[in-house]
Design a binder for this molecule. Structure first.
Ligand code: NAI
Length: 335
């Protein structure tokens, strides 16, 4: 599978490394970025020869079969549509788009290109622990699941990257909690969300106020049939990255990822007894990032279809958008 990657920033660079060196059946042959230095690095580090500053020229390259889009979220919908219409298979980072209308535009075009794979990178579904947890839930080990409590908490980034990023990311809930939203729907059997309430605070990063965003946020979502979800996201943890999810059912509960311990090493010294912490989501989900691209490439080559649909991604955006509206209005919002 001849693959082109668009976007070689924070995450794109990691995806490029995986595509170049670790994914069976993938040949990373093309790259697109408006930043000349990123294209030069792609050539120097991965030997990529087909380099494009223009996205339009990139998606129409006949030597590329599939594209991986790791571009700013606000560009996703139009770029996915352009790629599908150019006959490419598409992997696009989460969230699919910031509005339901944009997600639905993508779905409508994808229906006319049903022989092309269109996959959204909800990476946690490919994490071995989350996959095992889902197998337990499906096997009935917690009875009927009715409550998911899930959090995505990042180490405080003093550089302010995500303050600048807030312009295009959709804010804390669309950027971070959208993962938890997708997991909650998955674990609860994809019920329809009906209402959301959110609140939050700026603990450290005052610059977020101009984007109507917060650096710590809480949300509650009600689903049809009685299931509920509680989400917490933080940009300001002092110790490391801490993603965890609890699924509570009528006959038990399970917990994925407790605390932020990097490994099984416990260091005891004059300061006490402690673990080193997971630094960031790359470290926590490195295996899952490989597995999701492996699943994409296999699906493009005619293997098993990918286990999540564009409709799932649309629902995640629908819920994330309602949560964000509630954060701003201060009232519960219909989903
Ligand atoms: P970034 O800002 O570091 O990188 C964006 C890249 O897109 C840059 O290389 C930039 O030059 C390029 N770009 C900008 N306009 C472009 C255009 N018109 N055509 C082609 N390339 C263009 O952002 P980051 O953090 O890498 O995020 C990118 C996407 O990945 C976002 O949608 C974000 O939500 C998602 N993401 C997903 C994560 C996950 O856990 N699955 C984690 C981090 C980001």
């Amino acid at each position: 599978m001849r693959i082109g990657i668009a976007g070689l920033g924070r995450l794109g660079r990691r995806h490029a490394e995986n595509l170049a060196w670790r994914i069976r059946g993938a040949h990373l042959v093309g790259a697109c970025s408006p930043v000349e230095a990123e294209l030069q690095a792609a050539q120097a580090d991965f030997g990529i020869e087909r380099l494009y500053a223009s996205f339009d020229a990139f998606v129409h390259d006949p030597e590329i079969d599939a594209v991986v889009l790791v571009t700013p979220t606000a560009l996703h919908a139009d770029q996915v549509i352009a790629a599908l219409e150019a006959g490419k298979h598409v992997f696009v980072e989460k969230p699919l788009a910031l509005s339901v209308a944009d997600c639905e535009r993508v779905q409508a075009v994808a229906q006319h290109h049903a022989d092309r794979v269109a996959m959204v990178g909800f990476v946690r579904r490919f994490d071995p622990s989350y996959a095992n947890a889902m197998a337990e839930v499906k096997g009935g080990r917690v009875g009927k699941p009715f409550l998911v409590r899930s959090q995505t908490c990042d180490l405080n980034d003093e550089s302010g990257f995500f303050v600048r990023f807030a312009e295009s990311s959709g804010g804390l809930f669309m950027d971070c909690s959208v993962h938890d939203i997708d997991l909650a729907r998955w674990m609860l059997g994809s019920p329809r969300a009906i209402r959301a309430f959110a609140t939050g605070t700026i603990a450290l990063h005052e610059g977020l106020a101009q984007h109507a965003d917060v650096d710590n946020g809480l949300a509650i979502v009600e689903f049809e049939g009685g299931a509920r979800a509680v989400f917490y996201a933080s940009r300001t943890f002092a110790h490391g990255h801490e993603t965890q999810t609890e699924v509570i059912g009528t006959a038990g509960k399970l917990l994925v990822g407790h605390g932020a311990a990097r490994d099984r090493v416990v260091l005891s010294d004059a300061h006490g007894v402690r673990h080193r912490a997971v630094a960031d989501f790359f470290e926590r989900f490195s295996e899952a990032f490989e597995r999701e691209l492996q699943a994409f490439v296999a699906a493009c080559a005619g293997g098993p279809s990918v286990p999540l649909t564009l409709a799932d991604a649309t629902e995640a955006t629908r819920i994330g958008a309602a949560i964000t509206r509630s954060l701003r209005s201060g009232w519960p919002e219909a989903v």
